[in-house]
Write a protein that binds this ligand. Structure first.
Ligand SMILES: [Zn+2]
Length: 490
């Protein structure tokens, strides 16, 4: 079975069989009015995994991602910040590309900006007017929705559904509440371009149609974006493009689920979000990737720092196992490849694929094998994780924690295991940089040890002291609750 993807256009899983060895993919980029948050970045991590998987299957992938660098929100920001819109766009693009680099997201082949493609946009609007699907009113140009028979096919909405609640805003001049703007007349003081309809700027939807078709052709393979873009943005893109060319626009529409925060969509407009740059101060790119890929891309994720912390522990555990082996070779024949391939071919089932990786790691902890370590590394690479250089004492200390956890399990001290989890969380909550991971694990070990001392389990307490001192980490007890440690240079 080859790759199957869920195609929003037909609301079902479909075999992905492009005509050509080169897959042409367009992903809707940011409106660069501000810095990207984790909800935005999920879309690009999902794209990255899809691109990596397509390349793994032997395709070349041409990726195009736009930047919406001119629109109402950016003009708003220009007024607010008294800063040129081009500078606002530039700063936010730099921040976004920096986040992509850190998150190991493969760069797109091109990043066209709306403001650089006004000529193509005007040509497309003129084509629509010629065909009777666009009309000018007071310097604005609108798309006549009722004249495009396929309208609603992506979002599965009928004209009647759309009519309820549709209205014309006082600033708009359109004939029908369903119509949407292709071109907007400039208000005094706003940036503008000269056009056959006077001074103005493009509407949001038209830029994606113009740029995608300019670089990828009138019909291309995959169009991606967050599920919030299905309506109206992508519905309108289809209408404009197919009305102009009379050919199918994108064959596959692939949409990722939202990241929710306390049940609401993470969004700039609601002030409900975590900026990716702030998360990257606390959590490593691998943790963020692992956290997001543990959920299938179409499922919504409720954002949780606890889950991120769990991802940190899970990733450290994987890396500790892998680092047990020196001279890992690059295997071409990893264990359980068939199952892994099946999971990824099944609409990128990353939770199942990661499940295989975790099972391999568990097996590796049981019986230690180089084959397992090499297979784990192979899959991490396919999924776009970066191999972390081991910070010197961190791995061995984590290994001690693993052993202690095992011992606690054997002695059936379940509440102690819960405590370990709680103390990891509270430590991470106070953590500034992820390099503090070493300190977290030691603190957890000291907390466990202090509890043992209070319970007069001196044998266990001594065991921890001994294991740490073998790593040149020496504990000094102040009282039953407080201990300090020092690391002796080797
Ligand atoms: Zn778009």
């Amino acid at each position: 079975m080859g790759l199957r993807l869920y195609n929003t256009l037909h609301r079902k899983l479909e075999d992905f069989t492009p005509d050509d060895k080169t897959v042409k993919l367009y992903s809707c980029g940011l409106t660069v009015q501000g810095q990207p948050h984790v909800g935005h970045m999920r879309a690009y991590i999902v794209r990255d995994v899809l691109v990596r998987w397509l390349e793994y299957l032997g395709y070349d992938v041409r990726v195009l991602e736009n930047f919406t660098d001119i629109d109402d929100k950016i003009i708003e920001k220009q007024k607010e910040q008294k800063k040129d819109w081009r500078l606002i766009a530039d700063d936010n693009i730099t921040a976004y590309l920096d986040a992509c680099r850190r998150l190991n997201i493969k760069p797109a082949d091109y990043y066209p900006r709306a403001s650089q493609h006004i000529e193509e946009i005007i040509a497309l609007v003129e084509q629509l007017i010629e065909k009777g699907l666009g009309y000018e009113k007071g310097g604005d140009v609108y798309f006549r929705v009722r004249k495009f028979p396929g309208y609603g096919k992506l979002s599965n909405k009928s004209i009647d559904d759309l009519m309820s609640g549709a209205r014309i805003a006082p600033t708009e001049h359109k004939d029908d509440p369903l119509d949407f703007a292709l071109w907007k007349a400039a208000k005094p003081g706003e940036p503008y371009w000269l056009s056959p309809w006077g001074k103005g700027r493009p509407g949001w939807h038209i830029e994606c149609s113009a740029m995608s078709m300019h670089y990828l052709g009138e019909t291309f393979d995959i169009h991606m974006g967050g599920e919030d873009l299905i309506f109206p943005h992508h519905e309108n893109e289809i209408a404009q493009s197919e009305a102009a060319t009379e050919k199918p626009f994108a064959r596959f529409w692939v949409h990722n689920g939202w990241v929710l925060l306390r049940g609401e969509k993470m969004a700039k407009s609601t002030g409900h979000y975590f900026l990716i740059k702030d998360l990257l101060k606390k959590y490593s790119p691998n943790m963020i990737r692992l956290y997001l890929l543990k959920t299938q891309y179409r499922t919504q994720i409720e954002f949780s720092e606890e889950r991120l912390v769990e991802a940190q522990a899970a990733f450290a555990r994987i890396m500790t196992f892998v680092h047990e082996y020196r001279d890992l070779k690059k295997t071409t024949n990893p264990l359980r490849l068939e199952e892994f391939t099946e999971a990824m071919n099944d609409d990128l089932n990353t939770p199942r694929a990661l499940g295989i990786v975790f099972e391999l790691v568990n097996q590796g902890y049981e019986k230690s094998s180089q084959d397992i370590a090499e297979s784990v590394l192979y899959y991490l690479n396919v999924l776009g994780f970066v191999e972390e250089k081991q910070e010197k004492p961190f791995g061995p200390v984590l290994r001690v924690l693993e052993d202690v956890k095992k011992k606690i399990g054997e002695e059936n001290k379940q509440d102690m295991l819960t405590d370990i989890k709680d103390s990891v969380f509270s430590c991470v909550a106070n953590m500034k940089e992820r390099d503090d991971a070493f300190e977290i694990v030691i603190t957890v070990l000291l907390n466990i040890r202090n509890r043992m001392r209070k319970e007069k389990d001196y044998e266990f307490a001594d065991y921890i002291r001994k294991r740490l001192s073998e790593l040149n980490i020496h504990i000094k007890d102040k009282d039953l609750d407080t201990s300090t440690y020092r690391v002796e240079a080797t």
